[in-house]
Structure formats: structure tokens, C-alpha cells
Write a protein that binds this ligand. Sequence first.
Ligand SMILES: [Zn+2]
Length: 413
Amino acid sequence: MIRKILAVAVLIFWILFPAPSSAKDGYPRNPDVDIIHYCFRIFLNDSTDCIEGSAGITFALAKKSKTLEFDLVGLNSKGRGMVIDRIDAGTQKLTWRHENNRIEIDIPDSLKTPGIFSLTVNYSGIPADGLIISKNKFGDRTFFGDNWPDRARNWLPCVDHPSDKATVEFIISAPERYKVVSNGLITAGYPVVSANNTRNWVSHYKEDVPIPTKVMVFGAADFAWETAGYSKGIPVQTWVYSQDRQPGFIDYKPAAEIVTFYQDLVGPYSYEKLANVQSKTMFGGMENSGCIFYYEGSVKGKNNLQGLLAHEIAHQWFGDAVTENDWHHIWLSEGFATYLEAVYADSLIPGRKLSASMADSRKSVIRYFEKTNKPVIDTTITDNMDLLSTNSYQKGARVLHMLRQELGDQVFW
Ligand SMILES: [Zn+2]
């Protein structure tokens, strides 16, 4: 119910204040469409890497339009990619085309705009990327979403761009031996018998705060997990491979204190819980909302992971709660996370003074500038991976540090 009221409020707000269509990152935006909610059902199995999925998509449509477009990577020459079986709106079957990794759906004439509508895309395939299905360092099979920057479209039909945030549910059916973690809170778990007579366990997670697709994920593995602590009532959990239970519970333990540090400094934490998850992400850490994934080698049992935790947790505020509307503004995510990590370290990690880390950042910024001479917001970049640069991280942090010095602590914070 709350979602319905929220959806109507969003629709009114968004008709009054449409998103700017002047962004420079080349994403084919449709200013008349706003995604409100995704409900992804994914069936996993152990005999193939083929996933079966359905995506229930609820969206607001401002104006009459002939077609509607979503991202979904289609089948490639290696047999990887997604194939659509059918697209329904209630009992009505819709017609569609799936070309160049885009789905174009014909909107029925009967649809009255403006309004809020839902449709379901049924699909299956072996993900070419985005959902990493592989073996972990212990040789166990695992599944991890790894969407940044725009790799969600490899396994999720969606508007795969940070300017269109939505609430999300993941309903994951996996063989019983897996435990599943995702954004938001788990609302249900129940057994089902699948078509080939194996028992699966269904985990239903729900995230009620709108988030961008770059951070919509689930992980399925033989996890050990615990509630490591609470931060002002928010549960902070640790999820690690069962073999890494002891060292993992030590290394991820400081997360609750870090969340409290930022709640006191910046503002309330936005999500229902925070899980810190050992995973197969290709990054050192990936700031999925309420469900941060860290590289699997992060667990060493040495209790020296505070810097990495502090960076990824800072993203829950900057990058996740406050999100860049255009890829080229990524310093709003990485610059803030880098600076807040340095501020946290200054207070709580011995030997990591803010003045020293800002002096180091200054040196790397100057070296980078001598080599590239590019501005922080560099709209000539076309490969989003190239945005992960000294400019976005260290220079972004330096800009904030400069502002703080100009404004004084009280005004800045
Ligand atoms: Zn980051």
C-alpha cells in the first residue's frame, strides 16, 4: 500500500519535474518513462549455467507512446545471452522485438496515459556477464551479481542507467544447499520441488528504497552468516564462505561501528539492513545497496579491512542514496567515498592521518594531470570503466577537502 501511495507521489512529482534529457553520456533515455518497481524471479540450478527468469516491471508512463524500450543483452555467437520467451501485461500477450541488446515492446492502444502500468518479461539464458556463475576459491559453485557500471542488462531486463532508480524484489529459487543474500530484507523463505524433482529453496528479498540497477544484486553460495552488530537499530550482517567463517567474522566485524560513524557525521542510513559479503566481484569492493560485495581474497582474519569497509560503506550514502544522474558525474560517488574513508581513517585507524592521505592524493592528482590534462567531469569518456580514474577518486576527494577548508567544518558538515 505504501508503495502505491509512493508510486502516485512519484508520478505527480515526475510529471511536474521531468528528468533533464540533456545528459551527455549517450544513454537513450525516454523522459516519458519512469520505472517504479522491479520484481525479478530467478531460477538457478546446478546442472547448467542457464538461468530462467521473469521480470515484473512497474512503470509510470507520462505520454502516449507507440513503444517502450528496455535493455537486455541478447544471444551472442558463443551461445551466451538472454532469449525472451514472452512478454505479458496481465492476461494480454504483448508483441516485441529484441535486437542490439534492446527490447522494444509495442504498447497497446487501449493504454490510457498518464498512468502506472506493469508488464512481465519471461526469459532465459546463460549470462554473458553481470551474473558471475563460477567456482570460488574453495572450488564451490557460486552465483554473484556484479552489475557496475551497466552490466545488469546481461541478466536483468531493465532501464540500465543510474538516472532511473526503482524499488526491487529478488525471488531466488536455488538448490537447497545455497544460502542467498540480496538487497533489502528477506520477507519469505520456502521449499519448492522443481520440474526435475529436485528440492529448491526460494528466498524472497525486498528493497523498499529506490536504488539504481548498478547496485541491484543477489549472491548465492555456501555461506556462513551472522549479525555482526547493530547501528542505531540497523542490522549489520557478515556473509562469508562457510570455510572462511572464523576469519571472515573477524574481518567484517568493524562494519557496524563504521555505519554509526557515518550516521553521526552525514545522516541516517537509507536501507533496511547492511550485509557485508565475501564474493566473486571483479572489483575490490562493490557498493551494492545494503548488500556490499567484497573480493573473495579480502578475508584474511587479520582485522585490517577497515579502510575497504569504510570506502564501500560511505557509498551507501554517496553513489547509492545520492546517485549520479549521468555517468560522467561519478566523482559524486567515488570522490565522496574516497574522502569519507580518509575522514573515518583519520579518526579511527592508527597511522592514517587525513593530512597525510590528502598530501598523497595531491601528488597522484598532479601526476595524473601532467599525463592527461583532463577535467574531473570528462564528457569525452565513452567507456565507463575509464571513469574509474585518479580524477574521480583522489581529485574528487581533494575538491571536497578544499571546500571543507574554505567553508570551515561546521558549514561543510
Ligand atoms: Zn568506490
